[in-house]
Design a protein around this ligand. Structure first.
Ligand SMILES: [Zn+2]
Ligand SMILES: [Zn+2]
Length: 459
């Protein structure tokens, strides 16, 4: 089992600001976390940062600190009542950057108390954060043993992944031109990152092609459809002879042919199936390349409930009798603190409902359409490789910016819109609507709940 911790940027900044107060004495805080547990990874999702206040500190210096027991007992009581995990964080202003021999002596008692006081299935952890960039963490188990935390994620205007160990990316020669652009660090980050691609058609296959060539280490593909003849004009890696082959298999073959050793996991089902959707929880970042509102509604909730950033994209060609009226493309980044696709009017509850009915109960859908309670189904929409690929490239550039900051520290846009027919681009930044789930802080980082994402599933 692999362990990790995910923060929103807002909470991580509050934590590190508290730990780095003026004066160089040790500081501490507690984190209350929910959980995301899959077969391969347990993720702690930070819901709240509780600073240890000056009056709760009995004594502290640059290399030690003693906290009044009422202080951590109060935090543990809240963890117990709210069914959350307890995480103890402290700083080492004079080093070392990770847990000290002294911590190894004091923490077993603290975490024995945590397991006694906090009922339920929660797991608890401790972090040493000496600087902003080098947090080091371990999970404490019920039996008094520990496991290292492999990655600490911070999700916001930037995506920061603090890995315990970065996987080296094989050949410096292969990635030479990229390293000249971004430095060598980005190659190790990409190699260690697990990216999900939902939808493997025009935009999804272009995203896959680019992620593989960039050197991303692991891809999970989510797509239920097989290739048809009219897809070959824009699906990367596809051939006319692939008709009826599952699209996930085409991307798998593409990765193998390129030969960078990309690990590819294929889920040949749309994410509207529960099993497929639950597997999204293992990703670090997700690209939304599906054109249905139901799938997009799932990704919108996942970004908020699990702090997994979603870079969602779409292309819309308005054409009349073979003549283009307008071509628009959009890349929207979904993270806690940014407006979701519902807030932006990109998807609607009615649109999602219509697709759910269409999929689960086609005869009812037909009846509703007949009575004009539901919109007529869209036939095959126009699609052209130049536009799907351009939008995919914008989405990949968005990931590179969030990882490296190459667009500058001031850049806060969460949506990029291409107006292809006008040779124009526009960006925006929208805050969540107060009455939308994405603006409800109580919902941020909810983690695993019944039913999954608070939605109804077919099975
Ligand atoms: Zn310490
Ligand atoms: Zn919203």
């Amino acid at each position: 089992m692999r362990y990790s911790i995910s923060f929103t940027e807002i909470d991580y900044r509050a934590l590190t600001d508290h730990l780095r107060q003026p004066g160089s004495t040790e500081q501490a805080a507690y984190l209350l976390c929910s959980l995301s547990v899959t077969a391969s990874e347990s993720r702690l999702l930070v819901r709240e940062v509780v600073p240890v206040l000056p009056e709760e500190i009995i004594s502290a210096s640059g290399s030690h600190m003693e906290i009044a027991p009422q202080s951590f007992m109060r935090a543990m009581k809240r963890a117990d009542t709210e069914h959350l995990s307890f995480v103890f964080v402290h700083s080492h202003p004079e080093g070392p950057a990770s847990h000290s021999p002294k911590d190894d002596i004091t923490e077993p008692t603290l975490f024995r108390t945590a397991y006694t006081r906090i009922n339920g299935k929660a797991i608890h952890a401790s972090i040493v954060a000496s600087g902003v960039d080098h947090p080091s963490a371990r999970v404490w188990h019920l039996d008094g043993t520990t496991s290292p935390v492999e990655v600490i994620r911070v999700i916001g205007d930037r995506f920061r992944f603090f890995h315990r160990e970065l996987q080296r990316n094989a050949s410096a020669e292969i990635f030479d031109r990229q390293v000249r652009a971004f430095g060598v660090e980005i190659q190790h980050v990409l190699k260690t990152t697990h990216v999900g691609i939902v939808g493997n058609g025009g935009t999804g296959s272009a995203v896959a092609e680019q992620l593989i060539r960039l050197g991303v280490g692991k891809l999970s593909l989510f797509e239920g459809q097989t290739l048809d003849t009219s897809n070959v004009t824009r699906v990367y890696g596809s051939r006319l002879t692939d008709v009826d082959v599952p699209k996930v298999q085409i991307i798998q073959r593409l990765a193998k042919d390129i030969g960078f050793g990309t690990e590819v996991i294929a889920f040949p089902e749309h994410i509207t199936s529960l099993k497929s959707a639950e597997a999204l929880r293992d990703c670090d970042v997700i690209f939304g390349c599906t054109d249905d509102e139901w799938g997009r509604s799932i990704l919108s909730r996942l970004a908020i409930d699990y702090y997994i950033p979603v870079i969602d994209m779409g292309v819309k060609i308005d054409s009349s009798e073979g003549s283009i009226v307008s071509v628009q493309g959009r890349v929207t980044t979904l993270v806690p603190g940014s407006a979701c696709l519902f807030c932006r009017g990109r998807i609607t509850a009615e649109g999602v409902r219509a697709q759910v009915i269409e999929s689960c109960n086609p005869s009812q859908a037909e009846e509703l359409r007949h009575q004009q309670y539901a919109p007529e189904l869209q036939g095959n929409a126009p699609a052209v490789i130049a536009f799907t690929t351009a939008v995919a490239s914008t989405a990949i550039a968005e990931l590179l910016h969030r990882l490296t900051g190459f667009m500058g520290a001031e850049r806060t846009s969460s949506e990029v819109i291409h107006f292809f027919d006008q040779s124009r681009m526009r960006t925006n930044h929208l805050s969540p609507n107060t009455d939308c789930f994405c603006g409800d802080r109580q919902r941020w980082g909810l983690g695993d709940q019944q039913p999954f994402l608070g939605m109804l599933w077919q099975g």
